[in-house]
Design a protein around this ligand. Structure first.
Ligand code: AMP
Length: 360
């Protein structure tokens, strides 16, 4: 049953994603209550209520559960046991199973392979011997990644059998933190898909985006992606399979490596709205943010078709100073996150330039 209009949605995390979720919620008649430990979090200024406390603070979570009809999150490293405790009181969407799967790269990759979905080859690594053997198996090149808490390329070492320094750096990381080594994928492009599932199992999938990363951080997304119809269908089939198998509710993002022969390897998934889906707010009638709110409140999902081609670009750090110039660009939507300090590499905003698709 749909959650009544005017009810509160609890959002764990008050960054730009929480902010855009709160704005979308307000537009379709819901109020939001945001939990974040940082005073002045970007989402606070657009939400009805907020709590300044740690994400796993039991008192704060109790307050959230009492005031809200559903809980969601803007990041995947929410404490799983805290969410499990909340789940016994009210719907948490997506559920703790999706969070637990996405928080550990070993569990995540095993989950995909068990569903018959291909990933880069990977091995659990805890010693120099593990690393050397896995490197031999993967042709001498790989990326060592921490199993937990890595994002935007953090907690990663590019390793080459012939580069001693890279091996030492990797051994140092692997001996101190649980890691996996992934074989190096000679991909042609990186693409991602954003998909939603409702509590009753309805699924809506946005078009494939082609992403460029710089220093491990998303720089731009271009839609349509340069990919054949068969590849696009494959991405949709994979998204559909993942959503169903997790009995997922809400928006999910899957990032892929696209190989020269058109095949896809999954890199990772995020159980939340995603930077590579920001284009949907300018090029579709229902954005990923509104779609997530619709899904978690059990309202009808919106049509994910796009009315325009587009390019979304992030504004990192000082890039935000380009805002006045962007406001002069035709057919361009600017979105700033209300962050005061433009630190290097910090996501300050984004803009999306659309090219409407002409109806015949
Ligand atoms: P991740 O944090 O796993 O999303 O990795 C950050 C970026 O590193 C990706 O967007 C890719 O550009 C690159 N990368 C990650 N894993 C691999 C891999 N196995 N082979 C080649 N490049 C990779």
């Amino acid at each position: 049953m749909a959650i009544a209009s005017g009810s509160h949605i609890g959002i764990i995390g008050g960054g730009q994603l929480g902010r855009m979720l709160a704005m979308a919620a307000a537009r379709i008649g819901y109020k939001t209550m945001i939990l974040d430990p940082a005073e002045g979090s970007p989402a606070f200024e657009v939400a009805d209520k907020h709590i300044v406390a740690k994400y796993d603070d039991p008192e704060a979570l109790k307050q959230l559960a009492e005031a809200c009809f559903v809980i969601t999150y803007e990041f995947e490293n929410v404490d799983v046991s805290a969410v499990e405790a909340l789940e016994s009181r009210l719907p948490c969407r997506p559920g703790s199973n999706a969070l637990a799967t996405s928080q550990d790269r070993l569990v995540e990759k095993t989950f995909f392979n068990d569903l018959g979905i291909e990933t880069a080859p990977f091995k659990d690594i805890s010693s120099r011997d593990d690393l050397v053997n896995a490197l031999d198996e993967f042709g001498g090149k790989g990326i060592l990644k921490t199993r937990r808490l890595g994002y935007d390329g953090k907690g990663q070492v590019r390793v080459n059998r012939d580069d001693k320094a890279s091996i030492e750096e990797a051994v140092d990381l692997a001996e101190n933190t649980s890691c996996i080594l992934e074989g190096f994928v000679p991909f042609e492009r990186e693409v991602s898909v954003i998909a939603a599932r409702s509590p009753s199992g309805k699924i809506a999938i946005f078009d494939l985006a082609e992403n460029i990363h710089k220093d491990g951080i998303l720089f731009s997304s271009t839609i349509p992606a340069q990919a054949t119809e068969a590849t696009q269908n494959n991405a949709r089939t994979i998204a559909d399979k993942v959503l169903r198998s997790l009995e997922y509710v809400g928006i999910l993002a899957i990032e892929f490596f696209l190989l020269e022969d058109g095949s896809l390897l999954v890199n990772e998934f995020a159980p939340r709205v995603h930077n590579s889906g920001h284009w949907t707010e300018a090029a579709c009638t229902v954005s990923q943010f509104e779609q997530h709110i619709r899904a978690i409140t059990d309202q009808p999902l919106g049509n994910p078709d796009r009315h325009s081609n587009c390019v979304m670009q992030n504004l990192l750090g000082d890039d935000v100073n380009q805002a006045p110039r962007i406001l002069e660009m035709p057919q361009t939507m600017l979105h700033l996150y209300g962050k005061e300090e433009a630190r290097d590499g910090r996501k300050m905003g984004h803009f999306t330039k659309i090219s409407p698709i002409k109806a015949d």
